[in-house]
Design a protein around this ligand. Sequence first.
Ligand SMILES: NC(=O)c1ccc[n+]([C@@H]2O[C@H](COP(=O)([O-])OP(=O)(O)OC[C@H]3O[C@@H](n4cnc5c(N)ncnc54)[C@H](OP(=O)(O)O)[C@@H]3O)[C@@H](O)[C@H]2O)c1
Length: 168
Amino acid sequence: MFLVVAVDQGWGIGNKGDLLVRIRGDLKNFAALTTGKTVILGAKTLATFPGGRVLKNRRNIVLSRNPSYAPEGAVMARSLEEVLALTRDMLSSEVCVIGGASIYEQLLPYCDCAFVTKIAGNFDKDAYFPNLDADPAWECVSESEVMVSTDEDLPAGVEYTFCEYRRR
Ligand SMILES: NC(=O)c1ccc[n+]([C@@H]2O[C@H](COP(=O)([O-])OP(=O)(O)OC[C@H]3O[C@@H](n4cnc5c(N)ncnc54)[C@H](OP(=O)(O)O)[C@@H]3O)[C@@H](O)[C@H]2O)c1
């Protein structure tokens, strides 16, 4: 499996249950990387999506230990073992971990590739992703040119790049 995440300079990924920032170009990149695939996410991340609804055009595996929680359109997994059983026979390139912090932490050992959007700046944050630059098991194999968020984004003028990491 692989993962997609957006981090700030301190490898922060969220604050008070929401994203640090919404950048249209990053959301488009996220859609391109995940559409048609199986995505794995935690219940708290699902709650941040519009209307708390699963992502369309993707098979959504949602982790929750709450046995009565079953959002419409989701394939529920009540444990890490259930996620691994549900994805065991699938190609690594077809299964994408999309957060949040607790799900990244638990599934990073099973990922062989990470698409990391690096957002310039230090935002207020309380949720983090492991620093892959400090992890000798991972290497950055490509980095895009620097892009800048536009006036349609919040906030505008933020620089970001797309980085691809591979497990060595
Ligand atoms: N920057 C990014 O790319 C990005 C992407 C995604 C999310 N985020 C941010 O990450 C933050 C949310 O992260 P988070 O760690 O608080 O929440 P999370 O990982 O999205 O969800 C945590 C929930 O998942 C369920 N869960 C976790 N491990 C489980 C297991 N082994 N078995 C069964 N269920 C399990 C539990 O749900 P129950 O409580 O229902 O049992 C748990 O409360 C938010 O700020 C969000 O905006 C950022």
